[in-house]
Design a protein around this ligand. Structure first.
Ligand code: GLA
Ligand code: GLA
Length: 699
């Protein structure tokens, strides 16, 4: 009875922990702090904002809620270095030690997102300049210039101090670099660096002129120094290179801090930063090539918790390193920065946290523990109120903490596995966003149009870069792979030749690496392989009917007129699956979806933005064709299935996002980790927002 044994061992470990000895919570070294539990519940804690006399009360309340993690320090530069070169870490030493006494481990934030006033006033060149040329002032945050060498020097120094002090501290489990990398700098330093970056890339200015086709509007440059720094309303080649430069610059900005950390910290301490879902200011895959794990801040994007939308962002984050990740921040019921900051419903806080775990998170951390006594975010949700007492969300989160304790050991070392991959390509998203042609063509929404039915029907989707290894997937979807390089094209062709099923969405293969229109037409280098081409693309503000293999449906926002180009015997393997009906004349009766089979693999091009019912039928076909089945069959609408596994076991996390009660029959008896763990169950009943965590051996 593996589960019961594990449970007993875990329970014992808990007992032992509080006495401070061995087990999964055993000490790393001779301190009060135990090794972190496998699934961590945490909160962002700002001890610098409170008198030390309060800390113990807070930590006590955390411990009672089964919180075993705090993130500390990411906005505390002015407390750590009150004046230039004078450091004060005594408070942080104490805060970490005190947390450890409560069996709480620490992620240290480097304070680079909010420089102190002595720094920015003495060295104003460290402040960022906006695109319209205005230098930032002190008083907010993110006001630094990510290019300025002097700023980087100051950041390096403070991070070095922290690294030397806490790099071997057994109670510190990891590092968060800055906070939510976002706003670039457009000042003179950024300009000089952009010019050097371009020179390094293109060598001679003539080469740049040719690639960017600068004869257009007489943009021809005589030297690199003439090139403007713009993020909007410019030559699309410049705009794309600017984004790539910004990506490289955030990477070197992070590397500067990593240089201070790595030589001074234990390898067991990870380095990460907190990312922001679909934010597309830079290429996350580039940045994550130098980080140890991915982490993100999970705030729902509208005032409605859309679980598919939220789950996609977990899958996106998991794809940065193609392994488990952390939720470094999430909302304890509500935020303060939306138009109307409606709360999650009672129960949804727990639902949302379990969704994170189901999608591969190993930690869920609430922002923030207690509202600051003053400051810009006074209205934000917390666990502790202004009076120092728990708010209602605290009790929900405490319940969650108990559930993490019950399941953590079983979940340890497990991860989601998917047979479907969706490609997220920053170059393509940027290129489309620079020139949407239809304001409604949001590349993320277009990706989600594919994601939603695929996730619902297959119950597991990875979101990865166009360079990721693909051979383990049965189905790969590139929803709008607008910028397609020859190397990516051959990567995709090899995947198909190896038996994979590839689907390309509208606007794929339209652009080359310089964001110019592909001279061989669309879909660029894949055209001969597909055996079909795009004759013309049309932006739509009306529905265009579609009919064919999947029945009737509609296209809106975008429709491409395809033709089959394959000749002779090759044409036998090319099939038109769907055609447009009567609409604007151009599209009437023309192919909209074409597929070409290669042995057991295939490439399919979808030229239209399909409406949801047709997309659902299309996705069902694609999954069937690739021989992909749901992980659990007969699951009611609104119930999400997540599976984390390793060689020895499958853990199913079932979440009822709906308000109806559902009973789910299991295909085989499983141990119910949130119930009586020694009993196998063959069905579970989930009330609204209810969760079941079930363990079984792999089928
Ligand atoms: C104007 C300009 C042209 C071109 C067209 C595009 O007429 O004169 O150069 O930009 O708009 O519609
Ligand atoms: C972001 C920041 C936090 C806090 C929260 C509020 O995620 O990283 O410092 O401002 O938003 O929702």
């Amino acid at each position: 009875m593996p589960s019961l044994r594990r449970f007993l061992c875990f329970a014992a470990a808990f007992g032992i922990v509080f006495m401070g000895s061995a087990g999964p919570f055993s000490r790393a070294q001779a301190t009060n702090f135990p090794v972190k539990p496998p699934i961590l519940l945490g909160a962002a804690w700002y001890p610098e904002q409170w008198p030390e006399s309060r800390w113990n009360t807070d930590l006590n309340l955390m411990e009672k809620a089964h919180i075993h993690l705090v993130r500390v320090g990411e906005f505390a530069w002015s407390t750590m270095e009150p004046t230039e070169g004078h450091y004060n870490f005594a408070w942080l030493d104490k805060a970490i030690a005190m947390a450890a006494q409560h069996h709480i481990c620490v992620v240290l934030g480097t304070p680079s997102a909010a420089p102190p006033a002595w720094l920015t006033s003495k060295y104003p060149q460290t402040l960022r300049v906006s695109e319209n040329g205005v230098r930032a002032q002190h008083g907010n945050r993110q006001q630094f210039s990510f290019t300025d060498p002097l700023y980087r020097k100051f950041v390096y120094n403070i991070v070095l101090q922290m690294a030397r002090r806490y790099g071997h501290n057994p109670d510190v489990v990891g590092w968060q670099l800055g906070n939510e990398f976002a706003a670039p700098d457009f000042g003179p330093t950024a300009q000089t660096q952009f010019h050097a970056w371009l020179k390094n890339k293109y060598g001679a200015i003539a080469n740049l002129n040719q690639k960017w086709a600068t004869a257009y509007w007489s943009q021809t440059y005589n030297n690199f120094n003439q090139i403007p720094v713009r993020a909007d309303h410019e030559n699309p080649a410049l705009l794309l290179d600017w984004k790539r430069f910004v990506s490289d610059t955030w990477k070197s900005y992070a590397q500067n801090q990593i240089n201070a950390l790595r030589p001074n910290i234990d390898p067991r301490q990870f380095i990460t930063t907190n990312t922001m879902g679909w934010f597309n200011g830079f290429n996350e895959y580039e940045l994550h090539s130098i980080l140890d794990i991915a982490a993100w801040d999970d705030y729902i994007s509208t005032d409605h918790y859309d679980y598919l939308d939220n789950g996609a962002r977990h899958d996106l984050t998991r794809g940065y390193k193609r392994k488990n990740f952390w939720v470094m921040e999430t909302e304890p019921a509500f935020v303060n920065w939306r138009k109307t900051n409606t709360p999650l419903k009672k129960g949804q806080v727990i639902d949302m946290a379990w969704q994170a775990i189901g999608h591969g998170a190993d930690a869920v951390e609430y922002w923030q523990w207690r509202s600051a006594p003053n400051g810009q975010e006074e209205y934000h949700g917390t666990l502790i109120g202004a009076d120092g007492k728990p708010v209602p969300a605290y009790w929900q989160i405490k319940k969650l903490g108990k559930e993490f304790n019950e399941t953590g050991t079983a979940l340890q070392g497990t991860t989601p596995h998917s047979q479907v991959a969706i490609i997220n390509d920053y170059d393509s998203r940027w290129a489309i966003n620079f020139q949407r042609h239809s304001a409604k063509f949001d590349p993320v929404k277009e990706m989600l149009a594919f994601y939603d039915p695929l996730r619902t029907m297959s119950q597991a989707v990875d979101i990865v870069s166009a360079q990721a290894p693909l051979s383990s997937y049965k189905l790969v979807v590139a929803p709008a792979l607008n910028v397609l390089t020859p190397a990516e094209a051959s990567h995709l062709m090899n995947y198909v030749k190896g038996g994979g099923h590839l689907i390309l969405g509208p606007r794929s293969g339209m652009k080359n690496i310089d964001n110019g229109l592909n001279p061989q037409g669309q879909p660029g280098p894949l055209e001969p392989f597909l055996g079909a081409r795009v004759e013309q693309s049309y932006a739509l503000n009306y529905n265009v009917p579609l009919h064919g293999f999947f029945g009737y449906g509609k296209a809106n926002i975008w429709a491409e007129q395809l033709t089959v180009t394959a000749k002779g015997s090759a044409a036998k393997n090319v099939h038109v699956l769907e055609r447009y009906g009567r609409s604007n004349g151009w599209l009437d009766s023309q192919p909209a979806i074409v597929t070409h089979s290669y042995g057991s693999g295939s490439i399919t091009y979808v030229g239209a933005w399909l409406n949801p019912p047709l997309m659902k039928k299309f996705a069902a076909w694609a999954l069937r064709d690739a021989d992909i089945h749901p992980i659990l069959a007969n699951i009611p609408t609104g119930v999400e299935v997540c599976r984390r596994s390793n060689a020895a076991k499958d853990i199913f996390i079932l979440i009822n996002h709906s308000t109806l009660t559902h009973t789910i029959r299991l295909p085989r008896p499983m141990f119910n980790l949130l119930g009586n763990q020694s009993v196998r169950v063959s069905a579970v009943t989930l009330r609204k927002y209810g969760v079941a965590v079930l363990e079984t051996s792999p089928k």
